[in-house]
Design a protein around this ligand. Structure first.
Ligand code: RIB
Length: 288
């Protein structure tokens, strides 16, 4: 079972000819909205990877539909509180080449209480996973509580802040971050990612795949080829699938392979949580 302390956003998507420059007013060529947030995206990915996942989060009255949608996608939602704050949202501009730029309003995501988080984790069992990203408050409390309960703590360090990772060191078992973030973390800590005391570190490398750093050394994995149209949510899909695979008992190599397959399908789609591929689509594409 996975417990995901995670953001829930209303994602607004704008397709643009190029990312806007400072001071530029730019007309979008299309607009749409859907369920998003790094947390919600990972919950949906894990559910689509056939893991049992309970989302811990908060929305406002304007985001009740996001909670319903998570439920419809197979995510447990009793620990998503409705509070007196607007739901978080993200304005995502995507240019034709697939690159994006995101402005976040955190809203309810950063008003979680220890009662909401602690109440959820009292239902967890040793060996379960706690998954977190850096879009909610309460990360340190959740990690400490999960650690005391014997959970495995996984942290996707996005949006990246070295100080947020540093505060969690000693409490996380699995860390996922990209290459630039890994360098920033090494600069901040003065240590390589392999020397942080985190059992497993996954450094994602975009079109180059990823590397797994652990006490048995470093292993590189190639990405599966994909014609990317929108990279938004691809990292979240990767992490959701990775943790789902591990929670389902796969070894790290098998879980990473599944996550890379899911990520390669995701970059060929426009959107976030609503378009994350399921296992059947991965099996159809890769013949497994
Ligand atoms: O990683 C993509 C996500 O980042 C979007 O869904 C958006 O909500 C932001 O949180």
């Amino acid at each position: 079972m996975i417990w995901n302390l995670g953001s829930i956003n209303i994602d607004n998507f704008y397709e643009v000819p190029h990312l806007p420059a400072a001071g530029e007013t730019l007309a979008a060529t299309s607009y749409g909205f859907g369920l998003g947030g790094k947390g919600a995206n990972m919950s949906v990915a894990a559910a689509r990877a056939a893991a049992r996942i309970s989302h811990i989060g908060a929305v406002g009255a304007d985001g009740r539909w996001t909670r319903d949608r998570l439920l419809e996608y197979g995510v447990d939602t009793p620990h998503i509180a409705q509070i007196e704050m607007p739901t978080g949202h993200a304005n995502i501009v995507v240019e034709r080449g697939g690159e994006n730029s995101i402005v976040l309003f955190q809203g309810a995501n950063v008003h979680l209480t220890e009662a909401i988080i602690g109440g959820a984790l009292t239902e967890a069992s040793p060996g379960d996973f706690l998954l977190m990203q850096n879009e909610t408050n309460g990360q340190e409390y959740a990690a400490a509580t999960a650690q005391s309960l014997g959970l495995c703590v996984a942290y996707a360090a996005a949006p990246f802040e070295a100080s947020a990772v540093e505060r969690l060191l000693g409490r996380i078992d699995l860390l996922v971050l990209n290459e630039v973030e890994a360098s920033q973390l090494e600069a901040a800590t003065g240590k390589t990612v392999g020397a942080l005391g985190v059992a497993d570190v996954i450094v994602t490398l975009g079109a180059q795949g990823c590397k797994w750093v652990s006490n048995i050394g470093e292993k590189h994995f190639d990405a599966y080829p994909a014609d990317a149209v929108d990279t938004t949510g691809a990292g979240d899909t990767f992490t959701g699938y990775l943790v789902a695979g591990l929670d389902r008992g796969m070894d790290m190599v098998t879980a990473i392979d599944l996550a890379l397959k899911a990520g390669s399908l995701m970059v060929m789609r426009r959107g976030t949580a609503d378009v994350i591929p399921d296992l059947k689509e991965i099996q159809d594409r890769f013949g497994i």
